[in-house]
Structures are given as structure tokens and as C-alpha cells.
Ligand binder design. Structure first.
Ligand code: PLP
Length: 397
């Protein structure tokens, strides 16, 4: 069970550590000498429960999750998160206040845009606090407005939650830190999509109401989503659900049962059949990270990788176009285009000849995107940076 180390820069599903996949492959055939694979046993068996509990414990350790917060897993991905966050958080707000308020959205790229659209599609009240394209000279995603440009607008306003996507995978825009004017508001729950940057850097969990992360970039395979939620939000949802007449009167949609957060938590993430093999892989990723110095060490490596690649691309300003404001450049998804037309295919072909793959940009943006998630090594990034430098030299006039 071996393979040559890939240099794969795909945005997701993404490359995982080879040692994790090797162990998972063996466990898929025969787990703990049961004579059965991990995906074949009951999701309520002792072994499966151990996988669930270990995954929670390892994640708690990696992110120093405080006692105020609960960890759970749910089938689905980021998009399922868009809907379940909207209904659960609106319900929680009713539980806390007896009334509704819009969900506020900070739109900085296509994933936060889609999250807002989904909440609105479910007929929930939403407010786009800002859309970063309106602040951009070219009307495109690629920057985050300064707090002085939008914080004043939300002063004194009520929101059932305020949503942001910490790393916009398609546009390569990452919040460097949480906005201070939200952190300062005790009455606002910050809800964040960390699908493409979870465990890439340290975060202070106590600042978040809910964190949601689809697994298929930094922590595993598609099909499973990780949640970290404030326990008080779970209580508020349960309280509201005990008064169905009020929820109906306020037109708050009922959350489908498999995505109802308090129900999933009460059942230790196994209300329905949890994809236990997928969770086992996630736990192996967590264990691997713990063994290699945790998030602190990973963050150092990620900083180094981002520096290597951005430095190489910035060094050829006549050749590479870097569309993202340096203040919010993603350390996970490096987006760039060629200034000269007609060379895109050649760039991909020559990269592939060096076994550098997965570099094509998202269909809505074009150009290139190098996703340098946790499992992509410094050596792979170095190889890509050297190739980019050489390509620019050879094709500049
Ligand atoms: N959020 C972010 C930041 C993403 O990058 C993606 C997918 O790439 C999603 C949400 C949607 O995830 P899914 O395809 O699992 O629904």
C-alpha cells in the first residue's frame, strides 16, 4: 500500500496524508481485529462509539475547545451547513428572545454569498451587512472592507446571528482575524464557515457561536461535517422547540430532524447512521496532527508555504496577476492569473509534466488556484514556486 508523494493542489476533495490513508485502508478491511472493516460495523457499537468519542476528544485538544462548547459531526457538507445553520440559529434566537431578527451576512466571496442565498431561499429573514464587491474598484471579490466602512451600520441592530466564511476557497480571500466590532458584541453569535481553513491556524473558539467545517479539504473525505457550538445555543434551540406554536407564528421553518443540532448532540452524533469510516479518517488526521506538533506547528508550515508561493508570484509582477488584496490573501488557496493571453493551457501542461497537478482555477474565476492545505508539503510548494518562476522567465518578452 504505497504511492509516490503527490503534489496535488486541488481545492477539494484534497490531498490527505499518505500515512493516514494507508492506516485507513487497512482498517477498512479489518478494524481492531474484528474480522470486519470499520465501515461495516454498527454505528452504535462499542468500536464506533469509541471512534466518535476519540475524534471529539482529539479535536478538543487540537483547538483547545472550552467546556462552554460542544463538538459534533453530521452527514453532509458545507451546503447542508448553510441550511442547517440558518434554521437552527434562527430557532435559537427565538428561544433566547421570544422573537426573530435577521441573520446578518458578511459576503466576501461565493461561499458566503451562497450561504445567504440559502437562508433567504428557506424564507428566513437575512440582511447582507456588506458585499465586498461593492467596495472593490473592479466590482469583484478580492478584498474585505475595513471595519470603519461597515461597523457603524450595525450599531444597535439586532441579528439572530452574524455569518462569515473565514476562507473563501474560490476567490482566495481569508479573514486575517475576526472583525473586532463583532467580537465586542455580547448579543451577537458569530457563525463561521471554516470548511477550507479549519486546523490551518490557531483560533479562539470562545469567540464563536458556531463553527462549521466540511471535511474534504483539511480534515478528511466528503460526506461529513464538523460543528463546534456554544452549549447555550443548543439550550436556546431546545427551549424554542418546546414552543412550536410560537415558532409557527413567527414563521420559523422546522429543521429536518437529522440536522436538528440538539437532537444530533443528544445522540452523540449518531441519531442516524454516521459515516463511521469517514469519521475514522478524520480522527486519523487529528491524531497525525497531534503527533506532529498540533495546530501551532501546522500554522508555522502553512505560513512558510504561503510565503514561498506568494513571494515567487509577486516577484514577476509583469507576468502574474494577483487579484487578492495582500491584507486578506488566503494561506490555503492562492489565486492568480497570467497577464499574457493564450498561455494558460501550456502552464497547466508544463506543470503536469513535473507532476504538479490540480492547479486550474474555479470555473467562475478562471486562471489558476494552488490550494496548499495542511497535507501539501513545503517541498511540493517549493517545487511549484520554482516552476512558476521558470515559466515566467521563459515566457516573458
Ligand atoms: N464552504 C466552503 C468554504 C467551501 O469551500 C465549500 C466547497 O468547496 C462549501 C462551503 C460547500 O461544500 P459542499 O460542497 O460540501 O457542500
Amino acid at each position: 500500500l504505497d504511492r509516490e508523494e503527490p503534489n496535488y493542489f486541488g481545492a477539494g476533495p484534497a490531498q490527505l496524508p499518505t500515512n493516514v490513508l494507508q492506516k485507513a485502508a487497512l482498517d477498512l478491511i479489518n478494524y481492531n481485529d474484528l474480522g470486519l472493516g470499520i465501515g461495516e460495523i454498527s454505528h452504535r457499537s462499542k468500536d464506533a462509539t469509541e471512534v466518535i468519542n476519540n475524534s471529539k476528544e482529539h479535536l478538543r485538544k487540537l483547538l483547545a475547545v472550552p467546556e462552554t462548547h460542544e463538538v459534533f459531526f453530521m452527514q453532509g457538507g458545507g451546503t447542508t451547513g448553510f441550511s442547517s445553520l440558518a434554521t437552527n440559529l434562527m430557532t435559537a434566537y427565538v428561544g433566547a428572545t421570544g422573537t426573530t431578527a435577521p441573520g446578518g451576512y458578511l459576503v466576501t466571496g461565493s461561499w458566503s454569498e451562497k450561504a445567504e442565498q440559502e437562508a433567504a431561499r428557506l424564507r428566513l429573514s437575512t440582511e447582507i451587512i456588506f458585499d465586498s464587491r461593492k467596495f472593490d474598484a473592479n466590482g469583484k471579490y478580492g478584498s474585505i472592507p475595513d471595519e470603519s466602512q461597515w461597523c457603524e451600520n450595525i450599531k444597535g441592530k439586532k441579528y439572530s446571528y452574524v455569518y462569515l466564511c473565514e476562507n473563501e476557497t474560490v476567490h482566495g480571500v481569508e479573514w486575517p482575524t475576526l472583525p473586532k466590532c463583532l467580537e465586542d458584541r455580547d448579543d451577537i453569535e458569530i457563525v463561521a464557515d471554516l470548511s477550507s481553513d479549519i486546523l490551518s491556524r490557531k483560533v479562539d473558539i470562545s469567540k464563536y457561536g458556531v463553527i462549521m467545517a466540511g471535511a474534504q479539504k483539511n480534515i478528511g473525505l466528503a460526506g461529513l461535517t464538523l460543528y463546534i457550538i456554544k452549549k447555550s445555543i443548543l439550550e436556546n434551540i431546545s427551549n424554542a422547540e418546546a414552543n412550536d406554536a410560537l415558532l409557527a407564528q413567527l414563521n420559523v421553518p422546522v429543521t429536518p430532524i437529522a440536522f436538528d443540532y440538539p437532537i444530533v448532540v443528544k445522540n452523540n452524533s449518531a441519531y442516524n447512521t454516521i459515516p463511521i469510516f469517514t469519521l475514522h479518517i478524520m480522527d486519523l488526521v487529528f491524531q497525525n496532527l497531534l503527533k506532529h506538533g498540533g495546530v501551532e506547528q501546522q500554522e508555522k508550515e502553512n505560513d512558510e508555504k504561503a510565503k514561498i508561493l506568494y513571494t515567487a508570484l509577486d516577484a514577476c509582477p509583469d507576468f502574474y496577476n494577483m487579484p487578492v488584496d495582500p491584507k486578506c490573501r488566503s494561506k490555503m488557496n492562492v489565486v492568480f492569473t497570467l497577464k499574457k493571453e493564450g498561455l494558460d493551457d501550456l502552464f497547466l501542461k508544463e506543470a503536469a509534466a513535473l507532476k504538479l497537478t490540480g492547479l486550474k482555477g474555479h470555473r467562475s474565476v478562471g486562471g489558476f488556484r494552488a490550494s496548499i492545505y495542511n497535507a501539501v508539503s513545503v517541498q511540493s510548494v517549493d517545487k511549484l514556486a520554482k516552476f512558476a518562476t521558470k515559466f515566467a522567465k521563459e515566457h516573458s518578452n
